[in-house]
Design a protein. Structure first.
Length: 266
């Protein structure tokens, strides 16, 4: 459930009484792509930044489980801060810690300049940040490793501009086919990683059908005499490991068992 949306008026402040929320931010260079910022739990505030600055919300906040919040308007919050130096100082310390953490995270998660997706290091870091909440909620995960087959040949035969167009097309459809609570990364040169939380096999099938359709469109548009296809590896876990390496290894081992390619009509 989306509690607040990026860009809307900051007209409420939330204190989490129980539950868990995830904070994400739309990338300026790719509004459909979202970057993980933080997970917040019991006793933490959100929505106060826009109130203090008098600006629109800079992030979207999503409840990841049944969550209870105390919600109050800005003016009582601001009045209380003015009347209580101790509370104001505690707020400053909490905000300084949060900003420091966000700064370090942003340094690690600079997006891939071609696709605007996170890279390998950011994916690994964000997986580890997410997995604690995922394990606590007892959620399952599905990890996909998607590889563009023969991308080197496409680059060699038709130029890197065509290869870049193929990479961007796959990245775009992966973002469009996932939720803001999922992770999508350009893991290596021609390889993508997607982490789906609380997803079923049917969602994987829908995603790959969309990839297949988009590849057919790209192939038709650029008119190269070569099929554009992907191989996919899937790994699922009811108890996700603390690091993504085992799931990645399993997905890579399964990757060559299935390929996604344009339909014959393309």
């Amino acid at each position: 459930t989306v509690l607040v949306r990026q860009g809307e008026l900051a007209d409420r402040i939330f204190l989490i009484l129980s539950g868990n929320v995830r904070v994400v931010e739309a990338a300026l260079d790719a509004p459909s792509a979202y970057r993980f910022v933080a997970e917040l739990g019991q006793g933490e505030l959100f929505g106060e930044m826009g109130t203090l600055l008098g600006e629109a919300r800079t992030t979207t906040v999503i409840a990841m489980e049944k969550t209870r919040c105390l919600v109050f308007p800005p003016q009582p919050f601001l009045s209380t801060l003015q009347e209580s130096p101790g509370l104001a100082m505690a707020m400053l310390r909490a905000m300084a810690a949060r900003l420091g953490s966000a700064t370090r995270l942003l340094a690690l998660t600079a997006p891939d300049p071609l696709t605007a997706l996170m890279g390998r290091r950011a994916f690994q870091d964000q997986y580890q940040r997410l997995v604690a909440g995922i394990r606590r909620r007892g959620s399952s995960v599905i990890l996909l490793v998607i590889d563009i087959v023969h991308l080197k040949n496409i680059n060699d035969l038709f130029g890197y501009s065509i290869g870049d167009e193929v990479l961007r097309a796959v990245a775009d459809v992966l973002v469009e086919s996932t939720r803001r609570t999922d992770l999508v990364a350009r893991y290596e040169g021609d390889e993508f990683a997607v982490l789906l939380v609380d997803a079923g096999v049917e969602q994987v099938a829908v995603m790959m059908d969309r990839v297949k359709s988009r590849l057919a469109q790209v192939e038709s548009r650029i008119g190269i005499p070569m099929k554009i296809e992907c191989s996919i590896g899937v790994a699922a876990s009811q108890t996700p490991p603390e690091t993504p390496y085992d799931l990645l290894r399993e997905a890579v081992m399964n990757r060559h068992q299935k390929r996604v390619e344009p339909s014959p009509a393309a």
